[in-house]
Write a protein that binds this ligand. Structure first.
Ligand code: TPP
Ligand code: MG
Length: 671
């Protein structure tokens, strides 16, 4: 390695060391050990434009071991990303900086994915590679390579220990994602101990069995030529994803802490910083030192990036002339727009269509939407027939049919979550993933990040309550809706009937700055007569008055979501007989309701009307907010039971009689 290369690598190490020391917190081990491979990748392979971090045809780089964030921030600064100033590096982990403890994509230009929860980043990268291949197949023509980039992930031991990574790697191997390249920081140390006490399997053999090409670098600390060589090999498309196991030393250069867990997640401390500087022959001061020649060396990325993008723009200009229709679609999908008139293709239901499960209606909406929305892509975790997520007459996403939009994620909920996020990070597609609501737990780690990172992902959760019946309590959701509502920035929608389901999908497809979870029934729900009752379009407001007494002065308000709205309507009939005036509020989405002005919310739930009954087939947690002090909640607080659902309705007290009785009690309590 040349002297300049050595100093360029050490610059990453010491920017990281100094920032972590200044913050008095952070993880120096990974940046110090992985600096050589990151250097070679970013300097010689990565196609990116620092002056336009969102250029669509850039290579994607995911730092899956997000704890090593200073590695990424150093690279962004050195290669010339405008926002990543030295001041930001000096403000590492501080309030208001764009250099948070772990990388957050919505905050920092150049950060492709929000990582830190181990296993997510590598699994995101699988989704990115799917999106790349799908878009390449969809848009590339003749010699025009509008989409032609690699997805790189840098992963740590912890990443590969996590189950989600195994699911995702298995999927990637099956799909033969040849442009996915994973660099494994094989340092044999994790947070608490050497991996000899936890993680002794044959990782390379495992990836080979998944169908990956597996390459190795024996000395990732000093042998740049070997890193170069394997990266060259990896970027020769073999039709298989590539794992490169790079043997490194965590905390390389620290005389007393290298190769120990001690350097994983704590600042080196002043004495060890000094010893490391001396050991690597680095100036003792100043801190955050970057020599002019090293900066110039890295900043060639600016000129290279400019040229890449200019070439691409030129190519796209020609493409636009030859394929104006495709170019128009390209512009549309990257502007996150939908084709004009798309709404008109969606189904509309009349009461006479008969009761329908909302999952089935959802399937009809997906099938209508996919015909006009060219970048709608997704599938389920081996539950296509149950979740109604399969798109008829549309290819499957398989290696032989890379333009397919039906993705079979297999029984891999967590990887589905992370891969769907990866597609959303990539951009150009609208991805969705479906499973039973109860198994949302299996993918919760990814759903949470979709909300944190404000991704346009759509989660399709069916079989939404104990009313799924015979499959029993392992499959019956009880706490899941509440658990999803607890995630900030996740819009949860539980439509009451077919037309609300269509409206819910409209929100899901247009709400581009965060995820939407659709909560759908297994069982048939009556279709509400919209000539008689309020329009389903009101779903967009989260809650609305579905039916009201003629004088607009209800004695009691029945508030319900999903399948319980029709139950509330049954209850109202009994109340009518008892000469009690009830308002019915359909409340499919708390989050959308909270976005409405106070005035509207007070119109729907007038503060002076305290007699309220909230009804939902799940835990009542949170419903007090809308039921109020005097209100009552008909909920289900225990695990369910395996039985036909109509039996369960009786046994669990979800009857019109109970609704009417609780309404009377609420009136008594509040008078
Ligand atoms: C899902 C998850 N569990 C636990 C952690 C806490 N954690 C951060 S890094 C780490 C392991 C570190 O080992 P490794 O991945 O090998 O990274 P290295 O120490 O080599 O940098 C753990 C357990 C986490 N970030 N994410
Ligand atoms: Mg490690």
């Amino acid at each position: 390695m040349t002297d300049l290369e050595q100093r360029a690598i050490n610059t990453i190490r010491f920017l990281s060391i100094d920032a972590i020391q200044k913050a008095n917190s952070g993880h120096p081990g990974l940046p110090m050990g992985a600096a050589p491979m990151a250097y070679v990748l970013w300097k010689e392979f990565l196609k990116h434009n620092p002056k336009n971090p969102v250029w669509p045809d850039r290579d994607r780089f995911v730092l899956s071991g997000g704890h090593g964030s200073m590695l990424l921030y150093s690279l962004l600064h050195l290669t010339g990303y405008d926002d990543m100033t030295l001041e930001q590096i000096k403000s590492f982990r501080q309030y208001g900086s764009i250099t948070p403890g772990h990388p957050e994509s919505h905050m920092t230009p150049g950060v492709e994915a929000t990582t830190g929860p181990l296993g997510q980043g590598i699994s995101n990268s699988v989704g990115m590679a799917i999106a790349e291949r799908f878009l390449a197949h969809t848009f590339n023509r003749d010699n025009f390579r509008i989409v032609d980039h690699y997805t790189y992930a840098l992963v740590s031991d912890g990443d590969l220990m996590e189950g989600v990574a195994s699911e995702a790697a298995s999927l990637a191997g099956h799909l033969k994602l040849g442009k996915l390249i994973v660099l494994y920081d094989d340092n044999k140390i994790s947070l608490a101990a050497p991996t000899s006490v936890t993680f002794t399997e044959d990782v390379k053999g495992r990836f080979r069995s998944y169908g990956w090409q597996v390459l190795s670098v024996e000395d990732g600390n000093t042998d740049l030529e070997a890193i170069r060589k394997v990266l060259k090999e990896a970027t020769t498309d073999t039709g298989h994803p590539t794992l490169i196991a790079v043997r490194t030393t965590i905390g390389y250069g620290s005389p007393n802490k290298a190769n120990t867990s001690g350097v994983h997640g704590s600042p080196l401390g002043p004495d060890e910083v000094k010893a490391t500087r001396e050991n690597l022959r680095w100036p003792l001061e100043p801190e955050f030192y970057i020599s002019d020649d090293v900066l110039e060396h890295y900043r060639s990325a600016v000129e290279a990036g400019k040229e890449w993008e200019e070439d691409w723009n030129h190519q796209f200009g020609e493409y636009k002339k030859k394929y104006p229709d495709l170019a128009k679609i390209w512009d549309m999908v990257w502007a996150k727009q939908l084709p004009e008139e798309w709404v008109k293709t969606l189904p509309v239901y009349a009461e006479s269509d008969g009761a329908q499960p909302t999952r089935k209606v959802s399937g009809a909406v997906i099938n209508a939407a996919v015909k006009v929305i060219p970048n709608l892509i997704g599938g389920s975790a081996d539950l296509a027939p149950s979740t109604n997520t399969y798109m008829k007459d549309i290819d499957e996403q398989q290696s032989a049919t890379p333009g397919g939009r039906n993705i079979r994620f297999g029984v891999r909920e967590h990887a589905m979550g992370a891969a769907v996020n990866g597609m959303a990070y990539h951009g150009g597609v609208i991805p969705f993933g479906g499973t039973f609501l109860t198994f949302s737990d299996y993918m919760r780690g990814s759903v949470r990040i979709s909300a944190l990172a404000s991704l346009h992902t759509i989660w399709v959760y069916t079989h939404d309550s104990v009313w799924l019946g015979e499959d029993g309590p392992t499959h019956q959701s009880v706490e899941h809706i509440a658990a999803l509502r607890a995630i900030p920035n996740l819009v949860v929608i539980r439509p009451a009937d077919a037309n609300e389901t269509v409206e819910a999908w409209k929100i899901a497809l247009t709400h581009t700055d965060g995820p939407v979870a659709l909560i759908l029934s297994r069982q048939s729900l009556p279709i509400i007569d919209r000539n008689r009752y309020a329009k389903a379009e009101n779903l967009a407001k989260g809650a609305y008055v579905l039916s009201d007494p003629d004088d607009g002065k209800p004695d009691v308000i029945l508030i319900a979501s999903g399948s319980e709205v029709s139950l509330a309507m049954e209850g109202k009939k009994l109340l009518d007989q008892r000469r009690i005036k009830a308002r019915i509020v359909s409340m499919p989405s708390w989050e959308l309701f909270e976005l409405q002005p106070q005035k509207y919310r007070d119109e729907v739930l007038p503060p002076l009307i305290k007699a309220r009954v909230a009804i939902e087939a799940g835990v009542g947690m949170g419903w007090h907010k809308y039921a109020g002090d005097k209100g009552r909640i008909i909920s289900h607080e225990r695990f369910g039971v395996s039985a036909p659902y109509k039996v369960l309705l009786e046994k669990f007290g979800f009857t019109a009689q109970r609704v009417a009785d609780e309404a009377e009690k609420a009136i008594e309590d509040s008078s």
